[in-house]
Ligand binder design. Structure first.
Ligand code: ZN
Length: 278
C-alpha cells in the first residue's frame, strides 16, 4: 500500500468516527431545539428505570451496539433512533471525506497553501450538512423549521464561495469576486422562490416554516456552485425545479418526509456533479 493510499484511508476513517460523535450531539440539537431548551448537557438516565448512565453507556453508536439496544441495568429496549442518526451522520462524514480525500493528501504533501482553502471549504460543507441533518429530523418530528438552523448552510455557503474565489488561480479582481458572490446569492434566492411557489401552488397555503426548509436546501445546493461553475446557469433552474417538485409533491401524509426527500435529492445532485467532474 502506498503512503498516499494510507493517508486517504486514515482521513476517511477518522472522518467517519468524528461524524458518529457529532451525530450524538445532533441528537441533542434535534431533541432540544423544538422544545426551546438550551443545548447544555444534563444528567443522562435510562427512560425506563431512571438509572444514571455511566460514560461507558454513552459512547455514541458503539454502546448501543454492544448492549444490543437494551439498558445495561433493567434490560428495557433503547430506541434505535439515536444510533440511526449517529450512523447517518457518520455515513455523511465518510462520504464527504471520500469525495475530499485530495484535501487530506495535499494537507500533507502540498506546500503551496492551497490545502488551507480546500480544508476550510470541506469543514464549511460538513457544518452545513449537520444543519441539514438536524433540520430534516426536526421537520420529521414537528413540521417546524428554525431560521437559526436554516441559515447555517447559507452563511457557510457564502463563506465557501468567498474562500474559493480567493484561491482561484491568477488571483481575482475585487469586481470578479463580487460578481461570483452575487451570482451565488441570486441562485439561493431563485431556488428558494421556485420551491416556495411550487409548494404554495399545491398546498394553497403559505407558511414561514416551509420557507425556512426551502432556504436550508437552497443553501446546501449552492455549495455545488464551484463544481458546476460554467454550467451553473443551467444547473440552477434544474435544481430549483427538481427540488420544488419534491417539496410540492410531498404534501399531505408525505409532508413529514419532505425534509428527508430533499436531503436525498441534494446527495444525488452532489454525486452526479462529482462524477461529471471526475
Ligand atoms: Zn434502564
Amino acid at each position: 500500500m502506498s503512503a498516499e493510499t494510507l493517508v486517504r484511508i486514515i482521513f476517511v476513517f477518522y472522518a467517519a468516527l468524528f461524524g458518529i460523535v457529532i451525530g450524538s450531539f445532533l441528537n441533542v440539537v434535534i431533541y432540544r431545539t423544538p422544545a426551546g431548551k438550551t443545548i447544555a448537557k444534563g444528567h443522562s438516565m435510562c427512560m425506563s428505570c431512571g438509572h444514571t448512565l455511566a460514560a461507558k453507556d454513552l459512547v455514541p453508536l458503539f454502546s448501543w451496539l454492544f448492549l444490543k439496544g437494551k439498558c445495561r441495568y433493567c434490560g428495557a429496549p433503547i430506541a434505535s433512533r439515536y444510533a440511526k442518526i449517529e450512523s447517518l451522520t457518520g455515513l455523511v462524514f465518510l462520504l464527504t471525506a471520500l469525495l475530499h480525500t485530495d484535501t487530506a493528501f495535499v494537507l500533507l504533501l502540498d506546500g503551496t497553501g492551497v490545502f488551507v482553502y480546500m480544508f476550510i471549504y470541506y469543514v464549511l460543507f460538513i457544518i452545513a450538512c449537520t444543519a441539514v441533518i438536524s433540520s430534516m429530523m426536526i421537520w420529521y418530528d414537528t413540521s417546524k423549521s428554525f431560521m437559526r438552523l436554516s441559515l447555517i448552510p447559507v452563511v457557510t455557503g457564502f463563506i465557501a464561495v468567498f474562500v474559493l474565489s480567493l484561491m482561484s488561480s491568477g488571483g481575482l479582481s475585487f469586481f470578479e469576486i463580487s460578481k461570483r458572490l452575487m451570482v451565488w446569492a441570486g441562485s439561493v434566492i431563485v431556488i428558494t422562490l421556485v420551491a416556495t411557489i411550487a409548494g404554495m401552488a399545491v398546498r394553497k397555503s403559505f407558511s414561514m416554516e416551509e420557507i425556512g426548509l426551502d432556504i436550508l436546501f437552497a443553501g446546501i445546493f449552492s455549495f455545488s456552485y464551484y463544481l458546476w461553475f460554467a454550467k451553473w446557469y443551467i444547473a440552477v433552474p434544474v435544481i430549483a425545479v427538481s427540488y420544488g417538485l419534491v417539496r410540492a409533491l410531498s404534501s399531505g401524509k408525505a409532508k413529514r418526509y419532505s425534509g428527508i426527500f430533499g436531503a436525498a435529492l441534494v446527495i444525488i445532485f452532489m454525486l452526479i456533479v462529482y462524477f461529471i467532474n471526475k
